[in-house]
Ligand binder design. Structure first.
Ligand code: ADP
Ligand code: MG
Ligand code: MG
Length: 911
């Protein structure tokens, strides 16, 4: 006998069996898809859910693997499950006397809004329609449902372009002179139904299947197949969802929201998912079917209206969503339908939310003890925090724009943030302009659809003239943090003519600039200015405070100026991990002194210029010490190749040639030109003499300090004189002086001797006791390998992972990131950009080695990282694992790093 076929179908009341088969709640979601699992869960909680069943993701995977054939036994199980629905409802599939209708819905483990296709009203055909009309006494309703089935079935299952149906329908509306389908009389709907059937027959070259079972079979196949469709694929790629999960098919008994004034349909979130406020939010449409709310094709009512229209239903809905939020311990996004005064729940899932809402909700849930503080911290992603540090439209600029009439529309503020870009009216152009032409674009559409997602993702911002808070545009924008304004209904958007008209009569065309504020819902013509906000949001402050309580890693900042240090400190930095002193040399009034210093023929002349630089550096250091009073400050001595401070060789060459030509042609004052020429020639010669083929591997870092010890002495003097002056004023400090690019013990020993000699002198002169520390960067692979020897002379290490990565790979960062590196990433030769996130296998191993050897030699060795990786969450997790003391990153990444460091510690605690 053959083996019993696997179980591919679970009815909503078989949740127990599914749990047993799948092992865990997570397993159930993977098996039944989020939608199916949650419907079964709601049924278990005794909530009003129409009877239904799920065909599993296992069936989908088997189907796709077997050249699109259902696995053995699956279809028989579906037929049996339909029998179950018939018994539960007392109706019969395909029976005109009392027909059962169902929806065929997709649902994967992770919710992919609007990505996969759902077909409603399966089970209708000409005869059943007649029967249902007799039964319900509402012929209009029946033909409305029938034409919807044909429309969805035609486009989703049989591949007829959706536009063709829309055109027939809008033609009918125009002939009747009405705006809404709801205003079309029955005879028109009948005509539309007939026209749709004809359209299908012509375009799909097969008639619409009259047999309900055949309808269900083809629809199931289409849902399975849509898992591999382009739009689903694009969405998964953008959202980081694996491609091998498959989708389930959920079959649900139809309930109808289009049976008159006491019927309707809606979507709601248990809290405001834009701001996080604890208030039911949502959209409602009376006398309509579900997909109309989601598609944003009709203007909806606010959910608050339900209390007025159907108070009992409103109370029941509020009770249910309250229970759901408690049950799932998270904000829920629900879909429901009211059929003649009776409420039916059709979906619930964890709601997508903006960064702002994510933070407030996490904090509020923890405060109400629904989740722990650790869980709240875990639920907020580093990107959520990052959002707060992104530009917003400048308030004063907006006010002025409003006065000048540049505010052209106001819509719903569904996804906050400022976006500025050039208008495009279709997704393909948006993608092309953004990716190929590197333009910033704003996608403007009447409404968006799943096939627009690639363009939405490429855009800076999104504007639609139709749709509500839960429209497709709003959902996608929120999920991906793209600023968006939807339902800006006063804009007349014509995608065909690539233009839009404002209520004031202005016309904006493709390529015109537009600025939007997704936080307020305002749309401005033109290119407005933005400002970077501060982290003062009270919920963010609370959350980061909790995060600080969990993390072990310190979070420091890279700051060269006092003003950066102040900002870093406001953002929560606990020290400065890197102050690049050379930045002080680039100031325009100092550069000429620096140049003379570099070009000085001997030590004596050089000393003269260094003496001029000394007070300038001293002032800068003093300001920095004051800004960071009480916190550690790491100062790196000059690092870059000196030619960076000099005029470019090519430019000098050009001016020499130009001067020579002018002299030859007898132009201008000969004597003056000659003297200019000779000074340029001298400069060119010096520059040429210093020219290096590979300056990043040349005379820089510690090597400079060894060749120009006076430079080191000047910098040390400036640091310690400033430190003494500050100490006298009561500032608490202990500067850490750091040597870059060290590769050998001998280099470090020499620098330390030099530095200590100068330090002794200064401290004696000043008569103040200031302690300082001496350390080195680890940024050359050799340094990592001999870290034990270096630790003899260094009290601290700081990983310079930019150089370390560049030298470990032998890849020039400056050239590679704009060159072959993208090809490497594209071809999958590298899994990720090693300059963005630490390469654990190579660079990471060097770091681990250095930590081990360094600490073995000197137990108290303090170790941090100051490369840009210090602000990258994945790299921060690694730094935590290998036991660094702190990460240092740009001031703007400090809040992100605080959270990421907490995540790393929490992950540790869990494991
Ligand atoms: P999506 O994943 O795009 O939200 P859904 O499967 O949730 O797709 O269905 C689309 C719309 O159809 C939703 O508004 C849903 O509430 C509605 N719908 C689905 N099944 C039924 C049903 N059995 N009765 C009434 N409305 C339904
Ligand atoms: Mg849905
Ligand atoms: Mg470096």
């Amino acid at each position: 006998m053959s083996k019993k076929a696997a179980k591919y179908v679970y009815s909503f009341d078989e949740l127990r069996l599914a749990e047993r088969a799948a092992g865990s709640a997570d397993g159930v979601r993977a098996l039944l898809g989020g939608k199916g699992a949650n419907l079964a869960e709601m049924a278990k909680l005794k909530m009003p859910v129409p009877p239904g069943f799920v065909v599993t993701t296992e069936a989908c995977k088997a189907f796709l693997a077997a050249h699109e054939r259902f696995p053995k036994g699956m279809w028989e199980q579906v037929m049996k499950a339909i029998g179950g629905l018939e018994r539960a409802t007392g109706k019969k599939f395909g029976d005109p006397r009392n027909p059962l209708l169902v929806s065929c819905r997709s649902g994967a483990k992770f919710s992919m809004p609007g990505m996969m296709d759902t077909v409603l009203n399966i089970g209708l055909n000409d005869e059943v329609a007649q029967g249902l009309a007799r039964l319900s006494g509402d012929e209009r309703f029946v033909f409305d449902a029938y034409r919807r089935l044909l429309q969805m079935y035609g486009s989703v299952v049989l591949g007829v372009p959706g536009k063709a149906f829309e055109e027939l329908l809008s033609g009918q509306r125009a002939r009747r002179g009405v705006w809404n389908d709801a205003d079309l009389p029955t005879e028109d709907l009948k005509a539309v139904t007939a026209a749709f059937k004809k359209l299908i027959e012509e375009q799909a070259r097969r008639p619409f299947p009259a047999d309900p079972f055949e309808q269900l079979e083809l629809a199931t196949q289409a849902v399975f197949r849509s898992w591999n469709g382009k739009r689903a694929f694009d969405y998964r790629k953008a959202a980081g969802i694996p491609h091998d999960l498959g989708t389930a098919v959920t079959v649900v008994t139809m309930v109808f929201g289009n049976l008159g004034a006491d019927s309707g349909t809606g979507v709601a979130t248990t809290r405001n998912v834009t701001t996080g406020e604890d208030q039911l939010e949502g959209d409602l449409l009376m006398n309509a079917q579900g997909e109309e709310v989601v598609s944003g094709a009709r203007i909806t009512l606010r959910i608050g209206e339900l209390a007025r229209l159907l108070p009992a239903v409103d109370r029941q809905l509020r009770r249910i969503v309250h229970v759901l939020e408690k049950h799932y311990r998270d904000v829920q996004d629900v879909e429901f339908t009211i059929e003649r005064g009776k409420l039916w729940m059709l979906q619930t899932r964890n709601a997508k939310r903006t960064a702002k809402a994510a933070i407030r909700i996490a904090v509020d849930l923890a405060k109400s003890k629904l989740i722990s503080k650790a869980e709240a911290v875990r639920r907020v992603a580093p990107e959520h925090v990052d959002y707060f540090l992104h530009p917003q439209l400048d308030g004063a600029v907006c006010a002025k724009a409003r006065d000048e009439g540049a505010m052209i529309a106001e819509g719903l503020n569904v996804s906050p943030g400022a976006a500025i870009g050039q208008i495009v009216f279709d997704a393909d152009t948006a993608e092309h302009w953004a990716k190929q032409l590197k333009k910033k674009v704003i996608l403007v559409r009447p409404e968006t659809r799943p096939e627009d997602v690639h363009g939405m993702l490429a855009a800076q911002g999104i504007v639609t003239s139709r749709g509500g808070r839960t429209s497709h545009a709003a959902l996608v924008a929120r999920q991906f943090g793209i600023p968006a304004v939807v339902g800006a209904s006063t804009l007349e958007v014509s995608a065909e003519r690539k233009q839009m008209r404002t209520p004031g009569g202005k016309t904006l065309k493709e390529g015109d600039w537009l600025s939007i504020d997704g936080g307020s819902g305002e749309v401005f013509a033109g290119k407005l200015e933005t400002v970077v906000p501060d982290v003062t949001d009270p919920y963010l402050v609370a959350l980061l405070d909790w995060a600080d309580g969990f993390r072990r890693l310190g979070v420091w900042a890279n700051a060269d100026y006092a003003r950066d240090a102040e900002r870093a400190r406001r953002f929560g930095a606990e020290g400065i991990g890197l102050c690049r002193t050379e930045h002080m040399f680039f100031e325009p009034e100092r550069l000429p002194i620096v140049q003379s210093m570099i070009l000085a023929p001997g030590a004596e002349q050089r000393a003269e210029h260094l003496a001029k630089l000394l007070p300038m550096q001293r002032t800068e250091f003093a300001a920095l010490f004051k800004a960071m009073d009480g916190l550690p400050i790491t100062i790196r001595l000059i690092d870059p190749p000196l030619h960076e401070f000099l005029p470019s060789r090519d430019e000098l060459h050009r001016s020499v040639v130009e001067l020579e030509t002018r002299i030859r042609l007898g132009e201008g004052d000969r004597a003056a030109l000659e003297s200019q020429l000779s000074s340029k020639r001298r400069l060119l010669e010096s520059v040429q003499a210093m020219h290096e083929q590979n300056p990043m591997l040349g005379l820089r870092g510690v090597r400079l300090g060894i060749l120009m010890p006076e430079l080191v002495r000047m910098q040390v003097r400036a640091i310690l004189e400033a430190a003494c002056a500050c100490a006298r004023q009561g500032v608490k400090l202990k500067p850490k002086i750091m040597i870059p690019l060290v590769a050998t013990k001998a280099e470090l020993r020499l620098q330390r001797e030099l530095l200590e000699d100068e330090a002794r002198k200064v401290l004696k002169e000043q008569g103040v006791k200031v302690r300082y520390e001496f350390g080195t960067m680890i940024e050359v692979p050799r340094a990592a390998l001999v870290a034990g020897e270096l630790a003899e002379f260094a009290e601290f290490f700081s990983f310079g992972t930019n150089d370390l990565t560049q030298m470990t790979f032998g890849i020039s960062r400056d050239d590679a990131e704009t060159g072959f590196l993208s090809e490497y990433l594209h071809q999958g030769l590298l899994a990720h950009n090693p300059f963005a996130s630490i390469d654990l296998d190579g660079v990471g191993q060097l770091m681990e080695t250095a930590v081990r050897l360094g600490r073995a030699r000197r137990k108290s060795l303090e170790i941090g990282i100051c490369g840009e990786h210090g602000g990258d969450p994945a790299s921060i997790a690694f730094c935590h694992r290998v036991g660094l003391d702190y990460v240092s990153c740009s001031p703007f990444r400090v809040p992100v790093a605080r959270l990421a460091a907490a995540h790393a510690a929490l992950a540790d605690a869990k494991a």
